[in-house]
Design a binder for this molecule. Sequence first.
Ligand SMILES: NC(=O)C1=CN([C@@H]2O[C@H](COP(=O)(O)OP(=O)(O)OC[C@H]3O[C@@H](n4cnc5c(N)ncnc54)[C@H](OP(=O)(O)O)[C@@H]3O)[C@@H](O)[C@H]2O)[C@@H](O)CC1
Ligand SMILES: [K+]
Length: 508
Amino acid sequence: MKLLNKIESQKLDSLAINEYGLSESTLMESAGASVISLTSNYIQWDAAKVVVLCGTGNNGGDGFVAARYATLMGADVVIFIVGNISHLTKISQAYKAIVEKMKIPIKAIQKAEETYRFLEDADIIVDALIGTGLTSAIKGEKAKLINRVNVSSAIRVSIDIPSGLVCDSGECNGLAIKADYTIAMGSIKRAHVLYPGCEYCGTILVSRIGIPSKADEFCKTEWVEKKDIEEMLPHRMKIGHKGNYGTIGIIAGSEGLEGAGLLTACGALYAGSGKVHLLVPGEIALSITGKVPEIMVSSIGEKNCFFVSDVEPVLQKLKSYNVVALGTGIGRHLQTQLFVKELLLKINGTVILDADALYAIASLHISLKELPGQFILTPHVGEFARLINKEVVEVEQNRIEWARLYAQENQVVLVLKGYPTVTATPLGEVFVNSTGNPGMATGGMGDVLTGVISSLYGQDMELDKAAVAGVYMHSLAADLLAEEKGVGFTASEVAEKIPQSRMLISEK
Ligand SMILES: NC(=O)C1=CN([C@@H]2O[C@H](COP(=O)(O)OP(=O)(O)OC[C@H]3O[C@@H](n4cnc5c(N)ncnc54)[C@H](OP(=O)(O)O)[C@@H]3O)[C@@H](O)[C@H]2O)[C@@H](O)CC1
Ligand SMILES: [K+]
């Protein structure tokens, strides 16, 4: 499903009107009606005491329509118009006139207090104060009202966006309606999925409001759902053998970080790779060999980390692999950084770059677009901030657009890990992941992900799809563990859950 920002949301509405001939009032009618129809499985509207809070923009217009449908469902409705009534949009005025003719009680208020008695009695509060049209921080009476609504025991239903959230960032400085249900109009918006907005939305229900699905094709940001991944995953043939499912080469590890490569290798194994090879520095090879019998360990050189002199023997090995994962646990020794640089100059195929390989790229200013290989990078926000020479806070203010820019400029696939993990492609598309949980904030998670993505690429998926599907599958595995254990599961356990996650994705 497309993930819209404010401008894209307005563009979608205007395309629906100007290209498809839908009228603004048809859209508003559908929007208001869907507030009741989409929630009726969860909320009892019949005989409920309902307060509808309408702003003076079109979000308020949706509120007038919702008030009518709630009344038709048997609810006892009262409407408050909040704000300067002379600002009421024309179309909202028309819908206001209808509820007035229906004799639904309606009052324009100046003071928040005028609503308090009704809010206390309400079973349901419909929030139609502000949608995408928020212009600045909310103050005064509207702020008072929002705080009051948030302490009410009623079910809170927000139309389009919980009032107070900034559409494009999900920010609100602690002042927004805390909805139980949010009905997103047209498509899901950034405020619904970015932090902290996602904490204010409750259950999100999307209403297409009758807009044809092709109308949103212009939007290059996608909210990734299970069905998208299901379509991407390769079919496993009955007569397939291990040679059909990829040979993965993992270049990993250094003294003190021996386990990282094993985690990456396990990620690849559990994601279904045919063969997994792990290349480690000679001094640590013995401590790793045989730990996981299915993983073939090769000892490179004689040191406790990779040296430039290891490039040639590594290149010899790489000839028989479909894809290479480089970086987990290799450390930051200058020789290792130079090893990364030399290797990247000579690799022609596909490389998944993670962890200390990203450190080397940033510190030696390696220009990826001038190299012969094709790349997927999997940084967390700290690693990414170093790559683009920005502060972490700056990246977090707009992780979607930073990721998009980097992937386009460097012609790579970029997986920016965090909440939410976003995958950007060289064509400027961004896929925002919908799975994952806070229990994943523990060592080794990223190492496993690198293995999963490498594995899917080795199973014949395209570069960008391997990244998007790998991210989804890995975080879904963690969600399965969170259901069982809450917090405190390990990266190894996530690797072991990958088959179950894959099975769940493929289930109809
Ligand atoms: N276009 C379409 O075809 C469709 C549009 N649709 C719907 O329209 C919505 C967008 O409508 P929009 O653009 O009219 O803005 P909207 O969200 O109502 O906000 C304006 C209101 O907010 C208020 N307000 C703003 N900032 C404020 C602040 N800092 N502090 C306090 N108040 C503030 C502002 O107050 P004022 O400035 O007038 O005093 C005014 O009351 C969209 O989210 C969706 O629900 C659907 O029906 C589908 C079809
Ligand atoms: K709202």
